[in-house]
Design a protein around this ligand. Structure first.
Ligand code: GYE
Length: 332
């Protein structure tokens, strides 16, 4: 009894806020105990640019609460300098672990070195950095974006005959890219390009960033519809931009999913709904529910345990028929 009280008191003084928020300790079963060793995590999020991001943030916040991890959360509004500032402030506050989803791949070495010098472990979540020194972070948890691009390209190759909506023997693709310099934008473009190379009739005739937003996708698609003749296919790096493109296509008097085929990535509810309605033709899933794996990894690295340097999330793909089946039980 005495010993337990002493440990609890130390934990409270180390991290004054974390215990009060969770009320009485509910028995959370497995793991590292009953709250004596509470963890503070600083999480620097990209922003709130898409349905995927909203689901990702919710998963992280909900899981932290369930696991009794104190979460300091910031939204960088899509700006790398805001994320760097947030990470510096987490270092100053001496959090136990820092996790973040880097807006872009480059330019992280300096701040990661500061975290390392302060002995604070870093977990990359969702997006990668291009730092050559992999000792700057413990692990990278997230999807294989190249594979996602390959799956999108493979569907198009497999459905090439159907995708030639203009019937002229050439399949003209316009690409709506994610945020310039972001890992999912670079990798989804690369994976797609490698696979469509195998089918000479398929060509990306125009490509531009829509910044992963619905509005961005709509605006870029409007300009593509004016500048390009005979667009057969839209490949959007996320659902939101695909949904924006649908609005532009409809406003131009065409039928999305028929006159122009649409392939997207994510499989969030709005995207899946459009897929089940026939407005999108194929979606490659990218799972935003990273909270549980992230909190598990955080507990392990804070305990000084070795973790796998790369943790890849499992994902599938959806056709229109599969979307109809999956929608009723879709969580996000
Ligand atoms: O696909 C997109 C979001 O990094 C995987 O970012 C994430 C991407 C996701 O804005 O919708």
């Amino acid at each position: 009894m005495l010993k337990k009280t002493a440990i609890a008191a130390t934990a409270i003084s180390l991290s004054a806020l974390s215990l009060s928020a969770c009320g009485s300790d509910s028995d959370s079963g497995s793991g590292s105990g009953s709250g004596d060793d509470s963890i503070t995590m600083g999480f620097a999020q990209v922003g709130a640019e898409s349905g995927w991001r909203t689901a990702n943030t919710k998963s992280i916040q909900d899981t932290a609460e369930q696991e009794g991890i104190e979460l300091k959360f910031t939204d960088a509004q899509g700006k790398q300098e805001n994320q760097i500032q947030a990470i510096r402030s987490y270092i100053q506050q001496k959090v136990d672990v820092i996790a973040f989803s880097p807006v872009v791949e480059t330019g992280w070495d300096a701040v990661l070195q500061e975290a390392k010098a302060a002995n604070i472990p870093v977990i990359l979540t969702d997006r990668a950095v291009d730092s050559e020194d992999t000792s700057l972070y413990e692990t990278f948890l997230g999807s294989d974006f190249v594979l996602e691009g390959e799956k999108a390209g493979q569907w198009l190759v497999d459905n090439a005959a159907d995708a030639d909506t203009n019937g002229d023997g050439a399949i003209n693709v316009v690409q709506l890219e994610g945020t310039t310099g972001a890992a999912p934008a670079l990798d989804r473009a690369e994976g797609f390009a490698t696979v469509i190379e195998t089918e000479p009739t398929i060509e990306v005739v125009a490509t531009q960033t829509g910044d992963f937003t619905r509005d961005g996708g709509k605006q870029v698609m409007e300009s593509f519809l004016q500048s390009e003749d005979g667009i057969d296919v839209v490949y959007a790096h996320n659902d939101d931009m695909g949904l924006g493109a649908i609005e532009a296509i409809e406003a131009a008097g065409m039928t999305p999913g028929e006159d122009v085929k649409i392939i997207t990535v994510d499989a969030v509810k709005d995207g899946m709904t459009a897929l089940s309605e026939g407005k999108i033709n194929f979606i490659v899933e990218c799972n935003p529910l990273l909270g549980p794996q992230l909190m598990d990894l955080a507990k392990q690295v804070v305990a000084g345990e070795e973790v796998e340097p790369r943790v890849v999330t499992e994902e599938t793909t959806f056709t229109q028929e599969q979307a109809k089946e999956a929608l009723p039980t879709r969580e996000y």
